[in-house]
Ligand binder design. Structure first.
Ligand code: NIG
Ligand code: FE
Length: 425
C-alpha cells in the first residue's frame, strides 16, 4: 500500500537532500554538487510531520497516496532544502548591549568591558528580572525570526541565569518552544553576586557540581552541558570535574573553546568525547588532530569574530585535518547580535575558506549531527518534515545573495513533545 501524504512540495528546479555526510576535503576543495544530493524537479511528501517520500516529482507522485485535503506547494524556481540547523545560540536573553559594541569599535576589549560590570553580568541582571512568560515570549519571537532565514532547529544555551532557580526557568522556557535543543551552560561566568567574594569562584564551581547540575539532570530538559574554556572564562582544571560529573549523569558536552586564548579546550573536548568544540579562533594543529580523531565537530561562529573584529578561524585548515565543520550564529546580546544563519554561511565561504557545498553541509547535516538530531538536517524517508523553500536561483547563490531573509515558505512545525521531535538519536 502506498503511504498517505498530507503535504506535497513539488517541481523544485533544485532540491538538496543533503543525503550523505560530507567526505573529507578533496583536492578541489569539495565543490562537487553531488555532495548535496542534488535532484532536479525534486519533490517531498510528508504525513504527520514525517517525510514519506523524496525524489523527482514523478517518483514521489507515483509513490504516495495524496489525502483529499492535502496541502500541495509548487516550489518552482526556488531551492527546496531541509530546514537549517543553528547549532550554537544564546537566543534566550533579555535586554540590549549595543553600547558595548560602540565601546569595542572605539578600542575597548571584551575583557575590559566585562571587568567594568558589563558583558555577561549585564545580561544576567536583565534575564533574572524576566517573568516566566517574558522568557517564553522572547525566545519564541527569536525562533520565529530565525524561521524567516530557513532555520527550523535551534540549539539554545542557558548561561545568563547562573543560579539554580533561574537556570531551571530558562530550561522550562526552552522546552516550551518547538524546535529548540536546550543546553545547560553553567560555566559561562562567575555570577555577579559571587565575583567580589574571596572564595566566590571556588564556591560557584562547587555549587554547580553539587547542586545545580543534579537539579538540572533531575528536571530532565537539558540535552547538553557547555562550559566557556578560555582565558576570560574557566580553565581546563576548573571545568573538567563538572563536565565529567555531567557525563556520568548522561549530559554530553559541547564547549566554548579558544575564542580569545588557546588554553587546551580542544584537547579536553576530544578527551571527553564532546559533541562539539565551538569558536576555535585560537587552536593548535594538535588540538584539531585530537578533535578529528575523537569525531568532535568544530562549530564555527563567524558572527562573533565579525562583531569582535577578530580574524575568523581557518575552516579550510580544519577540514584538511579531518575535523567536521558546522557554522552557527552564536546569537547573543554581547558578541553576535544576529539571527541570520544564511549570512553566517556567506561569511564561512568568503572569510573562512569553505566551499559553498561545505557551507550547505555546515548549516544542515553537520550541524544536526553535532546536536544528535539525526532526523533533521536532511531530506529522507522517516526524517522530520522540516522542509524549506529558499528564494535562491540555485544552491550556488547561498553565499552570493547574502544577508536577506531567504526562506519564503517553511513547513509548519506542529508543537510536539521533545521526545517525539528528537527521540530517535
Ligand atoms: O559565545 N564568550 C562567551 N560567550 C558568548 C558571549 C556571551 C556574551 O557576551 O553575552 C559567545 O561569544
Ligand atoms: Fe557562544
Amino acid at each position: 500500500m502506498r503511504p498517505r501524504a498530507t503535504l506535497l512540495v513539488r517541481h523544485a528546479r533544485e532540491m538538496l537532500t543533503m543525503g550523505d555526510a560530507l567526505p573529507p576535503r578533496d583536492a578541489k576543495g569539495t565543490w562537487d554538487p553531488s555532495h548535496l544530493g542534488l535532484v532536479h524537479d525534486g519533490a517531498v511528501a510528508a504525513c504527520d510531520g514525517v517525510i514519506v517520500a523524496v525524489g523527482t516529482t514523478a517518483e514521489v507522485e507515483r509513490a504516495v497516496e495524496l489525502a483529499p485535503d492535502a496541502e500541495v506547494i509548487e516550489a518552482g524556481d526556488r531551492v527546496l532544502a531541509p530546514g537549517l540547523v543553528d547549532a550554537h545560540t544564546h537566543a534566550l536573553f533579555a535586554g540590549d548591549r549595543a553600547h558595548e559594541f560602540s565601546l569595542r569599535v572605539q578600542g575597548a576589549s571584551y575583557a575590559e568591558i566585562a571587568a567594568a560590570g558589563g558583558g555577561i553580568a549585564a545580561s544576567v541582571r536583565s534575564l533574572r528580572a524576566c517573568s516566566d512568560e517574558d522568557l517564553v515570549a522572547l525566545l519564541r519571537a527569536r525562533v520565529a525570526r530565525m524561521r524567516s532565514y530557513g532555520v527550523t532547529t535551534v540549539e539554545v544555551k542557558t548561561g545568563y541565569a547562573l543560579e539554580a532557580r533561574h537556570e531551571l526557568r530558562c530550561l522550562d522556557a526552552m522546552a516550551a518552544c518547538a524546535g529548540v535543543v536546550p543546553t545547560f551552560l553553567p560555566l559561562h561566568a562567575v555570577p555577579p553576586e559571587l565575583r567580589g567574594a574571596p572564595d566566590g569562584r571556588a564556591r560557584y564551581l562547587a555549587s554547580v557540581r553539587n547542586a545545580m547540575l543534579p537539579a538540572v539532570v533531575a528536571q530532565g530538559k537539558a540535552r547538553f552541558i557547555d562550559a566557556y574554556i578560555d582565558g576570560p572564562g574557566f580553565s581546563v582544571a576548573e571545568a573538567r570535574p563538572v563536565l565529567e560529573a555531567a557525563r556520568a549523569m548522561g549530559l554530553r558536552a559541547r564547549l566554548h573553546v579558544g575564542q580569545f586564548e588557546d588554553v587546551g579546550g580542544a584537547e579536553l573536548a576530544a578527551e571527553l568525547g564532546a559533541a562539539s568544540a565551538d569558536h576555535l579562533e585560537h587552536v593548535s594543529d594538535e588540538g584539531l588532530r585530537a578533535m578529528a580523531e575523537a569525531g568532535v565537530t568544530a562549530v564555527l561562529l563567524p558572527g562573533a569574530a565579525f562583531s569582535l573584529g577578530q580574524t575568523p578561524p581557518d575552516a579550510r585548515r580544519m577540514r584538511a585535518l579531518g575535523v567536521p565543520v558546522a557554522l552557527a550564529t552564536d546569537c547573543n546580546p554581547g558578541t553576535s547580535r544576529t539571527e541570520n544563519l544564511t549570512l553566517m554561511a556567506a561569511f564561512g565561504v568568503r572569510q573562512m575558506g569553505l566551499t559553498t557545498v561545505e557551507a550547505w553541509h555546515a548549516i544542515t547535516r553537520a550541524a544536526a549531527v553535532s546536536l544528535g538530531v539525526s532526523n533533521c538536517g536532511h531530506l529522507a524517508r522517516g526524517a522530520a518534515a522540516d522542509v524549506v523553500l529558499f528564494d535562491l536561483a540555485s544552491w550556488e547563490a547561498l553565499p552570493y545573495a547574502f544577508g536577506g531573509p531567504v526562506a519564503s515558505w517553511s513547513s509548519a512545525r506542529a508543537p510536539s513533545p521533545q521526545a517525539r521531535r528528537f527521540g530517535d538519536s
